[in-house]
Write a protein that binds this ligand. Structure first.
Ligand SMILES: [Zn+2]
Ligand SMILES: [Zn+2]
Length: 183
């Protein structure tokens, strides 16, 4: 994001100004959510000159692309984040943000932190998403899973085995049978 020149504000403590910033912020990504790099984040910020530096207040709007933690479907959702931060002129140990040496303000670190905090850790396509069947992988939301009668998981492996066995050959008796009967 482009730096904002705030020298005029710093000259007059108590003064304020609003700015509109609308730019993509790359690299906003967690395991199941991200802000697509071609989608800008729009920020309406009020910059207020205080003794310590510039007080930044405002809202951020953009769009998350997410993957449902239960059914893995991708979906998008708009976000709207409020934030309030001090960008210090002479940062101390408790200050998270500082003005640049040339007295400009880079909004990107503040925007980045506020948006990352808002990113859902475990996004759901809808609150009551039924997820995928652990046995057949069908999407329960779409009724893809027929339901399974055998509930003991030990039998599932046997079922799969039986399905893969070749049907017995028609010729009889087989060599194996002869051997067992002659002994
Ligand atoms: Zn889902
Ligand atoms: Zn199933």
């Amino acid at each position: 994001m482009r730096a904002i020149d705030v020298r005029d504000l710093l000259e007059t403590p108590g003064s304020s100004r609003t700015v509109h910033v609308e730019e993509p912020v790359p690299g906003l990504r967690t395991e199941l959510a991200d802000v697509p790099e071609d989608t800008p984040i729009a920020a309406d910020l009020t910059l207020e000159s205080v003794v310590e530096g510039i007080f930044v207040r405002g809202s951020l709007e953009g769009r998350f692309a997410m993957r449902c933690a239960r059914c893995l479907k991708t979906f998008e959702r708009d976000f709207d984040v409020e934030m309030t931060e001090l960008v210090a002129r002479e940062p101390g140990p408790d200050d998270d943000y500082a003005l640049e040496p040339d007295l400009t303000l880079d909004p990107e670190p503040i925007v980045r932190d506020a948006v990352v905090l808002e990113m859902p850790f475990s996004p759901l396509c809808r609150p009551d998403c039924l997820g995928l069947c652990e046995i057949c992988g069908g999407d329960r939301n779409l009724g893809e899973c027929p339901g399974h009668e055998i509930t003991d998981p030990r039998w599932d492996a046997l079922d799969v085995l039986l399905q893969h066995l070749e049907p017995p050959p028609d010729e009889e008796p087989s060599d194996d049978d002869e051997r067992t009967t002659t002994r």
